[in-house]
Design a protein around this ligand. Structure first.
Ligand SMILES: *[C@@H]1O[C@H](CO)[C@@H](O)[C@H](O)[C@H]1NC(C)=O
Ligand SMILES: *[C@@H]1O[C@H](CO)[C@@H](O)[C@H](O)[C@H]1NC(C)=O
Ligand SMILES: *[C@@H]1O[C@H](CO)[C@@H](O)[C@H](O)[C@H]1NC(C)=O
Ligand SMILES: *[C@@H]1O[C@H](CO)[C@@H](O)[C@H](O)[C@H]1NC(C)=O
Length: 380
């Protein structure tokens, strides 16, 4: 009976052309994005993320703005791949199983002011795309030289089989608000962001990419740095204390992103494009923290006082020098495993693990494809 049912199920699945749970065996990951998935890019270029970043998992700063691993680390691990090295990192890196082009503070569209003026990274998504372009062409040249290059660089056939992950957009939204734009003005530039995103995904496709896993943006209105830095707009709260307007704009961005990914699916029929609703998973941690083992989700773990334990001028890891001794002001909390927000801007290892566990099986994907099968479109 059981085997008859199994056979029937199999037949139905075959008839429906549903991909069976055969994993794609991605040989590599190439990641694009901002601090949500930066594994050392900004640290390599502009100075290392200070301790206590990394304290929970790596036991030292590891180029990530978190106490431990990011969602991209859990993704790599679950696919049996090493943690991704940053393309910009020149020390001890190994790109045989992919590279990470994300840097903290990256935006989809270029910022007009430097990092020192605005806090935003010069490695916007267009620059990350040029870097990927160089990576594909120059790594082949180096690979052919042999020796250690054959160990630390991928083979040419890897690009079409690899998984391409994206997590970007959050900084494009905060950038408008932090330069005193109105919500209307921020909403007005969303179509421009989508056009640029479309062009850049197409450019990456033209370089051989076929399998895209695209995260939407999170509930920025639940993050202390937005609540503290834009108090007038943050005054309007939802039932759980998040900035209502910011989250509405994030959701509008996401609706447009979902539409954009749908459009790209039509334009690039030989690609698989999965849109992943990370927003809902992140919001759930703020809404029902206790259910998932978290406490006081709006209060950062690492910071320096105030309602949200976040001070714009005294970030996580900030020190002052008194009598020739550095004193740590931006301190960590006793139990980061119970916190959602790490430093007022980024998520903790515990939160990132929760996000990964929720999204991996395809429950939040459109179409509903699990991470390890993201090389096949569902064609029902
Ligand atoms: C940068 O300046 C150009 C030209 O003035 C403008 O069109 C663009 O929107 C600006 N970009 C940002 C992120 O403000
Ligand atoms: C690079 O990584 C690959 C795969 O993990 C490994 O086989 C190789 O030995 C590494 N090489 C170096 C030099 O780190
Ligand atoms: C935004 O407004 C505040 C308060 O008026 C001002 O101090 C700040 O310089 C403005 N920021 C920008 C980027 O214009
Ligand atoms: C710094 O040293 C001076 C002189 O020894 C002492 O009076 C002062 O209290 C010290 N400050 C702190 C914060 O330890």
């Amino acid at each position: 009976m059981a085997s008859y049912q199994a056979l029937l199920t199999l037949t139905i699945l075959l008839l429906l052309n549903v991909p069976l749970a055969t994993p794609c065996n991605f040989p590599a990951i190439f990641n694009f994005g901002d601090s949500n998935s930066d594994t050392g890019g900004l640290s390599a270029a502009f100075g290392a993320a200070p301790p206590p970043n990394g304290e929970t998992f790596f036991k030292r700063p590891a180029g990530r703005y978190s106490d431990g691993r990011l969602v991209i680390d859990f993704i790599a691990n679950s696919l049996g791949l090493p943690y991704l090295n940053a393309y910009l990192d020149s020390i001890g890196t190994n790109f045989s199983h992919g590279a990470n082009f994300a840097t903290a503070g990256s935006t989809i569209r270029r910022e007009n002011r430097t990092l020192f003026q605005s806090g935003y990274s010069p490695f916007s998504l267009d620059v990350q795309t040029w870097q990927f372009n160089q990576f594909t062409s120059r790594s082949q040249y180096a690979y052919e030289k042999g020796g250690v290059y054959k160990e630390i660089l991928p083979t040419q056939d890897i690009y079409s089989k690899a998984l391409y992950t994206f997590d970007i957009g959050q900084n494009d939204l905060t950038s408008g608000y932090f330069s005193n734009m109105t919500t209307r003005e921020v909403i007005d530039y969303l179509p421009d962001l989508m056009q640029r995103f479309t062009n850049l995904v197409q450019a990456i496709y033209d370089l051989g990419a076929r399998n895209f896993w695209i995260h939407n943006t999170g509930p920025i209105g639940c993050l202390p740095y937005v609540l503290v830095r834009v108090p007038t707009i943050a005054a309007k709260k939802d039932q759980i204390g998040c900035g209502k307007v910011f989250n509405e704009v994030a959701q509008l961005f996401n609706a447009k992103l979902k539409e954009t990914v749908g459009q790209l699916r039509k334009e690039l029929p030989s690609a698989t494009l999965i849109y992943v609703d990370v927003y809902s998973v992140k919001y759930e941690m703020f809404k029902n923290p206790g259910k998932h083992g978290f406490e006081n989700p709006l209060v950062s773990c690492c910071g320096h006082g105030g309602k949200y334990n976040y001070d714009v001028n005294v970030g996580c890891g900030a020190t002052i020098r008194v009598n020739n001794t550095d004193i740590l002001l931006g301190k960590s909390c006793p139990d980061p495993l119970k916190k959602v927000c790490w430093d007022g801007i980024h998520y903790t290892e515990a939160a990132n693990r929760f996000i990964f566990e929720q999204i991996a099986d395809g429950k939040y994907s459109d179409p509903p494809v699990p991470l390890n099968s993201a090389c096949k479109s569902l064609q029902l």
